[in-house]
Design a binder for this molecule. Structure first.
Ligand code: 6R9
Length: 593
């Protein structure tokens, strides 16, 4: 929970007069008043006849003006490093697009990627978009179950992965994936000398069959481009589909919310396996022709400050969990590095505590600008802007072109709350270009997100008299742990596969660094008794199936789980008990109708 602002003295007003460059968005009210999507689109180049292709806007259009500039600056876990220029990226992505077409894959079919942050992942993503295929990223820390669920539901035709991820997470399930006709392996070092596993192709060999000069496919703004799986409270993960027209939003938000400009070195710490790592870890910055820093390694405070300094990062987009980990590493550490080139720091994914904003003002010399959006919105919807005072704890104000409101639901209708400060559901007026166009194979669930002309986000929030939005919590049972969205149902299903488990209920428990920790409650089948060994075994089982990104960290055994009269597990009651809240006061914990 964030608290409402106590007054103007708690605002952070940044002195921009000493900054070399003035913000892209200088006057918020004016930008909102004269906003038009046609003008936003005109900032891009486009293809003849009104066609629009994300990869063309992100890569090819820059080649005549900045072909020799580094587009991708890759730093490996070890000593290896690789710089890829815009011209090279154009050629590599053309090779990928034409080589995949040469395999017989048709436009609109799905190209999946399951890999760490290696250059080939970026070539596959942009190459798939260039060829008119639908690109779908998977997080490499997913276990075999989440990988299988997404690949099968998304009817993946091509999968780009590595030999070890293939072996651990895909090979055994391949027979149950009839649509998956091509598995392409990115091989390095010794792997490249080992024989290729049966039924796979080598990434480099495949690229060699493609042509470096093919043009981007003339997709329409409404042509499907990206699919991002996201989790709901119940059921299988949902495939949110996005179109090529989304690039208008990616570009505009890069301009206004991230303040990107020529000459920037931009670092988005999110993995492309999640929506932030694709929209802002690949597409948005490249449409601005900046240099994108990609770090293969995981979080490490010293490494991160070192990268900011050495790679001369100017704009940095990160997540509250990472900021809290930096805070734990101490306020003195950043002082040992030259961070003077960093012009702007933004964050997304979970509530950014006011303390984190104040800490950054002291330790990093500037506040962190929070932004809010979701997989479904495809791009930033609400943001703090460099030219506007920051109210620590607030998510900021809607992007120019976006209408946001706090609404309440009653009797199947929604009403906009007229009173500032009222808690309700954060809603958006449809019409922004990166809005998802459906949930794959689940049009009904898609339609249920829209009521009375509003898209309902499932987040509870309030708006203050200055138009700043404040996050209050989720309206449903979805869990955010280390910025990753986790569906309790997926975790419960994996636990139920264990022979000892009769019932399972999974919740998020507040945790100071991760935000929330995934905790499971189970009831055992007759013949099984609670013991530490069994609980350890359950956690290990879940980790094997789900992977470390999704698996529960704690498990507790109960005689039986609380259920509604209709038999649904009452996760909210489990949560109330866990947090020591009065059970009688469950009204605020009841899920919305
Ligand atoms: C981009 C992304 C979306 C959910 C969203 C909300 C939470 C995102 C937030 C935030 C508080 C912020 N969330 N930004 N909560 N403050 N600035 O994260 O997409 O993975 O789909 O998650 O994340 O609950 O509804 P996704």
């Amino acid at each position: 929970m964030t608290s409402p602002p106590a007054g103007a003295r708690e605002w952070i007003r940044r002195d921009l007069s000493r900054d070399a460059a003035s913000p892209n968005l200088r006057d918020y009210d004016e930008a909102c008043a004269r906003f038009s999507w046609a003008e936003a689109r005109a900032r891009l180049t486009g293809l003849p006849g009104g066609a629009l292709n994300i990869a063309f806007e992100a890569v090819d259009r820059h080649v005549p003006v900045r072909g020799a500039q580094v587009a991708l600056r890759w730093r490996s876990r070890g000593e290896a490093r690789r710089d890829v220029t815009y011209r090279q990226l154009a050629q590599l992505t053309s090779r990928f697009a034409s080589a995949v077409a040469g395999l017989g894959v048709k436009p609109g079919e799905a190209v999946f990627a399951l890999a760490g942050r290696v250059p080939e992942l970026y070539v596959a993503a942009l190459g798939a978009l260039k060829g008119g295929f639908v690109f779908c990223p998977l997080f490499s820390a997913f276990g075999p179950e989440p990988v299988f669920a997404r690949l099968s539901r998304g009817e993946g035709r091509v999968l780009v992965t590595t030999p070890s991820l293939y072996e651990k997470k895909v090979r055994a399930l391949r027979e149950r994936l009839p649509a998956l006709s091509h598995v392409v392996l990115v091989r390095s070092g010794d792997e490249a000398r080992a024989p290729l596993p049966e039924g796979t192709l080598d990434f480099d060999a495949l690229l060699a069959t493609g042509r470096p000069d093919v043009a981007a496919v003339a997709t329409r703004p409404e042509t499907p481009a990206l699919m991002h799986f996201t989790s709901g409270t119940t059921g299988t993960p949902k495939g949110a589909l996005h179109v090529h027209g989304a690039v208008v939003q990616h570009h505009l938000t890069g301009l206004y919310a991230l303040d990107l400009r020529e000459g920037d070195v931009f670092w988005c710490t999110a993995d492309p396996g999640w929506v932030t790592g694709t929209s802002y870890g690949i597409i948005s910055p490249l449409t601005h022709g900046v240099t994108l820093l990609v770090d293969e390694a995981d979080f490490d405070a010293e490494r991160w400050y070192g990268l900011l300094e050495r790679e001369r990062v100017t704009v940095w987009y990160t997540a509250p969990t990472a900021v809290r980990m930096l805070m734990r590493a101490g306020e003195a550490l950043p002082g040992r590095f030259d961070l003077s080139r960093v012009r702007f720091i933004a964050s997304v994914g979970e509530p950014l505590n006011p303390e984190a904003v104040w800490w950054a003002s002291r330790a990093l010399g500037q506040p962190i600008y929070d932004t809010w959006w979701q997989t479904e919105t495809g791009g930033i919807m609400v943001a703090n802007y460099r030219a506007m005072p920051v109210k620590p704890g607030s998510m900021g104000r809607p992007m120019p072109g976006v209408t946001a409101a706090i609404v309440t639901r009653a009797g199947g209708r929604v009403q906009v709350s007229p009173v500032p400060g009222t808690v309700g559901e954060l809603a958006l007026a449809p019409g922004w270009p990166s809005m998802f166009t459906t949930y794959l194979h689940d049009e009904e669930r898609y339609r249920a997100c829209f009521v009375d002309g509003w898209y309902l986000s499932g987040d509870l929030a309030r708006v203050d008299a200055d138009g700043y939005f404040w996050f209050v919590g989720r309206a449903d049972d979805v869990i955010k742990s280390s910025g990753h969205l986790i569906g309790p149902f997926e975790v419960e299903s994996a636990l139920l596969e264990h022979p000892a488990v009769a019932e399972a209920g999974v919740i998020g428990v507040p945790e100071p660094v991760m935000g929330e920790l995934v905790k499971a409650f189970v009831a055992l089948k007759p013949g099984f008794d609670d013991s530490e060994a069994l609980r350890k075994e359950l956690l290990a089982h879940a980790r094997r199936r789900l992977g470390p990104a999704v698996a529960p960290r704690e498990v507790a055994v109960l005689p039986a789980l609380p259920r509604t009269r209709s038999g649904k597990i009452l996760r909210r009651l489990l949560k109330a008990r866990e947090l020591g809240l009065p059970e009688g006061d469950l009204s605020t914990l009841e899920p919305p109708p």
